[in-house]
Write a protein that binds this ligand. Structure first.
Ligand code: ADP
Ligand code: ZN
Length: 752
């Protein structure tokens, strides 16, 4: 996806933003949050004029649903069948660019408009103002009296305490008052019955105080100041423009884009910061609060229901000025969005892999284009897509070539495991083991990176050779020794690790094959018993609070060796960390997905960037069996741009993205023959010519997932081909029974 396409498509627009003669009748079209391809007609409510973007309540069958006023009615519905909008919610309407964005995304990813609109109505309970919680305050009539009106014969110590609390503090929830006064809620109730306290609505939770652009600006170095000025200037000038903020790890990219945020705040606009992994952004939140005086609004799946509702409304009313969030934050009802930042833009976590399959980075560019405001893509290892857009001049670029404060980039070296193998049954080469011991002795921190959760990727019965499989997925179960369970990493199924082989009944016959992070931890603990270890994977904590606590421990130096998966690669700044050991640098190169090389480069570069971020220099050891591989050679040489150029040339010759387009077609269902049949028919009816090539059908690498059989086809198209139109035509020609699902994945990132 390119902004050129964004332009072409944006101009074809939705009809919602055509105000001419609006609406001309007493009917409107309303999009419902259901997988329907278009809006439904309704009659306007009495005495309320609706406009496009209004959130309304409508009847459908026996249900009442929220909906979004889309535009003028189709007029195709019988007068007799036409039902009336029940009410308009007292909310600002979604602005026209927001509506056009929904239409654009639906068309591009080939999802029903209603399914996309559902993401913009993700918190239906937020449409009505929340009922204010009620608390107690002193009754004004008695507040000035002696003992606040409490007659001596009724005065108990508990009653006195409650009244004294209220005399000094604000109104409070009854439960809160009782807790603070150390009495039962009945005491509070009794005072209410005596008329000495009265119930009043309390204000709502956090107030979303506006961040102050002038709160505590950082003194930028010369490179940073130039970059910040370029970005802030674009914000002040307004208008669409995409810019890559390309800076080495530790160069201060965050400080720089904070200045763009400050400029947007000064211009009275809202800002969205998209991050790949919000659960781990505690450090980022602290830095934001230090710079702007208050924390930003957060948007992610771990918010409480009340917080979610409050935040959604605050965004719609323009009170939440800066929102930091995961993918779905892109669909919040911003009242006046004026800048988007996509941090770590190369991360594949921006691709949503279920429901509506969209890439939040690409759609963010479209959002900025439709809203006519700037967007900044931030990375030390930009995606090939973005680099090509920079080279063709579609995106601008500002660069930060060196680390802030004179910190040097770490030195990378490959450890050739053929020449320096790990001792039998172990996984760390003597070189890395020695480096760990030295780092520990120097009182510095180390990070061992292995992108494999659990103890071992494969568990095998020594007696009969059985590998324990997930019943619902074509995948082996992974042993998690710390919790004594075998887990499926695809569907989440888990079972206790059996004592006996379920097949041959041999006792204690399971052997672990290969390493996971838990096994590496065991090896390190055995060789460095005094070292304090911490595992950092998605298994090691539940929710952002626990993650934050662990990050804090590490920052405070309570940990000597961190052993982690890709979670540790992202954005952390641990000043005492000086050694990074990559246990298996070859891991991501197998598998042969078209981005395997690019992703491995990005991930390992990012991990390496955790080392030596402060005064003490860092070093990075990459354990590999193929040090001559171009990815490893480029990492060691520190030559990102040559690597990217070669990668781009290779993709261009083969017509792979971003030089050609791809779409994945996944056929799935519980009934294997039915799935097979649909896949075969799709193959037979596949479009030919027109710069289009269809590969497959073939069994998906994950041939069984959550109990569903899967077949894949891959559509390869020339860059200019009208991919969506061709796909729509094709899919319409093949009947699909209800039990089979055909999913279209435009610009796929996963080929499993
Ligand atoms: P990046 O995102 O490019 O890896 P960061 O923005 O995280 O880099 O900056 C790295 C570290 O350097 C952070 O701790 C940051 O606070 C600090 N830093 C960067 N620029 C400055 C500056 N101009 N003044 C003070 N500290 C800075
Ligand atoms: Zn499974």
């Amino acid at each position: 996806m390119t902004s050129g396409e964004a332009e072409a498509r944006a101009n074809s627009g939705g009809r919602a933003d055509d105000p001419a003669g609006w609406p001309g009748t007493d009917r409107v079209a309303v999009v419902l949050p259901l997988p329907l391809s278009g809006p439904y007609d309704y009659r306007m409510p009495e005495a309320v004029a609706l406009q496009p973007g209004d959130f309304v309540q409508v009847p459908l069958g026996r249900r009442e649903l929220p909906g979004l006023v889309w535009g003028a009615a189709s007029g195709e519905v019988d007068e007799a069948k036409l039902r009336r909008v029940i009410r308009r919610f007292d909310m600002p309407p979604l602005p026209a660019d927001g509506l056009r964005f929904l239409a654009w995304v639906a068309r591009y990813v080939m999802a029903p408009l209603g399914a996309v609109a559902k993401m913009a109505m993700s918190v239906p309970e937020a449409l009505a103002p929340p009922e204010a919680p009620r608390g107690y305050r002193l009754a004004p009539a008695h507040a000035g009296e002696r003992d606040y009106g409490l007659a001596p014969h009724r005065a108990t110590p508990a009653r006195r305490r409650v009244l004294a609390l209220l005399a000094e503090g604000p109104a409070r929830l009854p439960a809160e008052l009782a807790r603070e006064a150390g009495c039962s809620p009945a005491v509070v109730k009794g005072l209410a019955e005596l008329g000495l306290v009265e119930s009043v609505p309390l204000g709502h939770g956090a107030a979303f105080r506006p961040p102050d652009p002038g709160h505590a600006p950082v003194t930028l170095n010369a490179d940073q100041a130039a970059a910040a000025e370029a970005l802030a200037g674009a914000v002040r000038q307004g208008g669409y423009g995409a810019t890559l903020l390309d800076g080495v790890t530790g160069s201060g990219k965050t400080e720089v884009y904070f200045e763009a945020i400050a400029a947007a705040l000064q211009a009275g606009r809202q800002v969205l910061v998209l991050v790949p992994e919000i659960a781990l952004s505690a450090q980022w939140l602290e830095r934001f609060a230090a710079r702007f005086g208050v924390p930003p609004a957060e948007w992610h799946s771990d918010l409480s229901a009340a917080r979610r509702r409050e935040t959604w409304r605050a965004v719609a009313f323009g009170k939440a000025r800066v929102v930091v969030g995961a993918r779905s934050a892109l669909f919040l009802p911003f009242a006046a969005l004026g800048l988007i930042i996509v941090d770590e833009e190369h991360e594949t976590a921006f691709k949503q892999e279920d429901g509506v399959l969209y890439n939040a980075r690409d759609m963010a560019v479209v959002r900025a284009h439709l809203g006519n405001f700037p967007i900044v893509l931030v990375s030390a290892t930009p995606s090939l897509e973005t680099m090509v857009n920079v080279e063709t001049g579609r995106y601008g670029r500002v660069q930060l070539p060196s680390r802030h404060g004179g910190a040097r980039l770490p030195e990378l070296a490959a450890v050739d495991m053929r020449a320096e193998p790990a001792p039998r049954g172990q996984f760390l080469s003597p070189v890395l083991a020695r480096a760990l011991a030295e780092t520990l002795a120097a009182g510095e921190q180390s990070l061992l990176f292995l992108n494999r959760r659990g103890y071992a990727p494969l568990t095998l019965c020594r007696a009969c050779g059985l590998r324990v499989e997930c019943g619902d997925c074509s995948a082996w179960l992974v042993e998690h020794r710390l919790i004594g369970r075998l887990k499926c990493h695809h569907c989440g199924f888990s079972r206790p690790t059996p004592q006996r082989c379920p097949h041959c009944r041999a006792a204690d016959s399971f052997v672990a094959c290969g390493p996971g992070v838990e096994r590496i931890a065991e090896e390190v603990q055995a060789s460095l018993p005094q070292a304090r270890l911490a595992l950092m994977t998605s298994d090691s904590f539940h929710g952002p609070a626990e993650a934050q606590a662990l990050v804090q421990q590490i920052t405070q130096g309570a940990v000597d060796v961190i052993i982690g998966t890709q979670l540790v690669a992202k954005g952390h700044h641990f000043p005492q960390l000086t050694l990074v050991g990559v246990v298996d640098a070859d891991l991501g190169l197998a598998g042969g997905d078209l981005r395997a090389g690019e992703r491995t480069f990005q991930l390992l570069h990012q991990v390496a960037g955790r080392a030596g971020r402060a005064e003490r220099p860092g070093r990075v050891l990459l354990q590999t069996y193929q040090p001559e591989h171009p990815v490893l050679a480029a990492l060691v040489a520190g030559d990102r741009d040559t690597f990217l150029a070669e990668e781009a040339a290779a993709r261009e010759t083969r017509g792979w993205p971003p030089f050609g387009r791809l779409a994945g077609i996944i056929v799935s269902g519980r009934d294997r023959p039915a799935v097979e049949q649909v896949a075969q028919e799709l193959g037979r009816a596949a479009p030919r010519g027109e710069g289009i090539e269809v590969l497959g059908p073939a069994e998906a690498p994950l041939a069984l997932l959550r109990g569903r059989h899967r077949r894949r086809l891959l559509v390869k198209a020339a860059k200019g081909a009208p991919l969506q139109g061709i796909l729509a035509d094709w899919l319409m020609r093949v009947p699909v029974p209800n039990a089979v699902r055909v999913t279209v994945d435009i610009d796929p990132y996963s080929f499993l």
